[in-house]
Design a protein around this ligand. Structure first.
Ligand SMILES: Nc1ncnc2c1ncn2[C@@H]1O[C@H](COP(=O)(O)OP(=O)(O)OP(=O)(O)O)[C@@H](O)[C@H]1O
Length: 324
């Protein structure tokens, strides 16, 4: 049996009364692209920070590349690459100087540095900018350079915390191009967090995280198939009356999500004509969608990821304060 790239058992982190991570358990196989999907404040960064030995767990165990994150921190660190939300590049240095500094920190043999440097910088299409100071780079270029830096010492597991947050859609898709290239070229496991549904689709498996707990773990396809129902959203002048009428006429439970009355039915297209014929209320517009990861999220947590983020907006503030 091969050793899992990441093995986590009952991992916990509390900050005073806040239970940021409530005893999560999961395994990631070598070579997998594994994603943590959840709204802001779900506990993704806290979990990944424990796995990277940056914060100390309150309870439970975790092993990364076979090493315990508490008792074998140095071995864990030698085997992982990190790309975190807050950039840590030195903007007064050139791209190459940043990477050389990192190579030294990680003890990459001098004879190998030159070749490896070129390899990783070419992978993220920054080789021709190696002599430019990082302060002249765009946000997307900096993120690409951070990915190159995270790979420089050939880690077994690369941790990416929201690798594309704050980037425009074009740059986000370019970053995903590099990540995909990477999984084919290097013998590496990728562990990432995201709150973008479309990005979670790129993962082999995802763990949906909400309020410090893992709600479900599976491949995106299996999760969507598990929902098995279409999502119908209607706009109507009286949402309360519509929710009541849906219950009375069709026995359906509906709720308002993202400004529309939302409910699930087995076949949306077949249901819509009945809706207009039998609801007895004005409907301004209707949309039907196949199960997406949004629906998976809603199915398992009871709210959409955007609703969850809005209600948890205070978390960002708390975190910003805690970081000061
Ligand atoms: N240093 C800290 N002190 C106090 N509370 C914290 C600290 N770090 C995180 N928390 C709290 O723990 C919970 C989980 O936060 P965490 O950053 O892990 O969430 P997240 O899912 O990674 O969200 P994001 O996508 O915003 O990074 C939140 O309620 C947050 O406010």
């Amino acid at each position: 049996m091969t050793t899992p790239a990441v093995a986590v058992q009952g991992l916990k982190k509390t900050y005073g009364k806040v239970e940021a991570v409530k005893g999560v358990s999961f395994e990631v196989a070598p070579g997998e692209v594994f994603g943590f999907l959840g709204p802001n404040g779900a506990g993704k960064t806290t979990t990944i920070s424990m796995l990277c030995t940056l914060i100390h767990p309150t309870g439970g165990q975790a092993r990364v590349a076979g090493h315990d994150v508490v008792t074998a921190r140095d071995q864990v660190r030698a085997n992982i690459g990190l790309v975190f939300q807050d950039p840590t590049l030195d903007s007064y240095l050139t791209a190459e100087q940043n990477l050389r500094f990192h190579a030294e920190l990680y003890g990459v043999p001098k004879s190998l540095v030159g070749e490896r440097l070129r390899q990783v910088m070419e992978m993220v299409a920054l080789w021709d900018r190696k002599d430019a100071k990082v302060m002249t780079f765009s946000g997307g270029m900096k993120r690409r350079l951070e990915i190159a830096r995270g790979l420089l010492h050939s880690p077994r597991v690369l941790f990416l915390d929201e690798p594309t947050v704050g980037l425009d859609p074009q740059t986000r898709s370019a970053i995903w191009g590099y990540i995909n290239k990477l999984r084919h070229r290097e013998d590496i496991t990728i562990f990432m967090t995201t709150h973008y549904m479309d990005e979670a689709e790129y993962c082999d498996r995802i763990a949906i995280m909400d309020h410090g707990e893992i709600v479900v773990v599976d491949s995106p396809e299996a999760l969507k198939a598990s929902v098995g129902k279409d999502r119908v959203q209607i706009h109507t002048p009286d949402e309360g009356a519509a929710i009541l009428a849906l219950r009375e006429c069709f026995g359906l439970e509906a709720a308002v999500h993202e400004g529309a009355v939302t409910f699930a039915v087995a076949s949306g297209e077949e249901f819509v004509p009945r809706l207009f014929a039998e609801l007895g209320l004005p409907i301004q517009s209707v949309s039907v969608s196949r199960p997406s990861l949004d629906d998976v999220f809603m199915n398992y947590t009871g709210s959409t990821i955007r609703d969850a983020e809005e209600s948890g907006a205070g978390n960002q503030w708390m975190k910003a304060m805690a970081r000061r």
